[in-house]
Design a protein around this ligand. Sequence first.
Ligand code: 13P
Length: 297
Amino acid sequence: MLDLDLGALERAGRERYAIGAFQTYNLETTLAVCRAAEALRSPVLLQAGSSAFRVAGRSELIGLALAAAEAADAPVGVHLDHCRDLEEIRLCLDAGYTSVMIDGSGLPFEENVSLTRAATQAAHAAGVWIEGELGGIAGDEDVSTGAPAGAAMTDPKAAAEFVSRTGVDVLAVAIGNVHGFTPEPVRLDFTRLAAIGDEAGVPLVLHGASGLPAADISHAISLGVVKINVNAELRRGIFAELETAAPECAKGYDLASLSRRSAEAGQRVVEAKLREFGSAGRAGGPAHDDHPRRTHA
Ligand code: 13P
């Protein structure tokens, strides 16, 4: 069902687990996320857009994500990731998104505050929660560029001011995290994360979680991270499957099997992450792990 409200994030914070948020570009990634949530009885966030709209088409991807979330037998929120455009935020709110992110992190502080405040008003008027960002997260959201860490870190005192002036419900932090895989292991600044949590007083979001060791994930959750974004690992899992699936399916031009194998490979990655984040079983009801897959109409 289409459902992931702020209460779900607050519950995650209290019970010390995190909600996984995964990018979707197409049918296969959408099914991967929804089926993993169903199989493990886990809440999940399907991040449809903003950058993926360029490829899939905005109304097409919005429609796909919302329809799949509604049909899912688990709580699936549809979230707008890294949006820099108020009009697009309004459009997604009107369409029925359960949450949005406004990313003014590339702007000077005052401009980030005013853009984020305007987006917060729109989100709250629509009855949904909003994520803001302060500090810069290195790397590319859609392509693993091997970028090193080094973008501007989130300042804890500035984070407190940002949250109180904008009214955002959750805050994306820059603590050394990077979008995509990195040439050297990422070293997260947990002292800074703890200080941001203390000062900002809102649940926190960790972007760029691909490639992070499980110990870093649980440490981040223990310090107030309730939403964890994963994209590159999901893409990598699908590409690994395609190495064998593509030549095999190509023999009969079997697009249906190629699509199914892509979705299944993605689902395996998402399931592993949901277990790691501690959200498996939090949706209630029995896990479908050992059951035959539900057939989707
Ligand atoms: P990764 O690609 O590193 O998993 O980051 C995803 C992300 O943070 C999307 O906003």
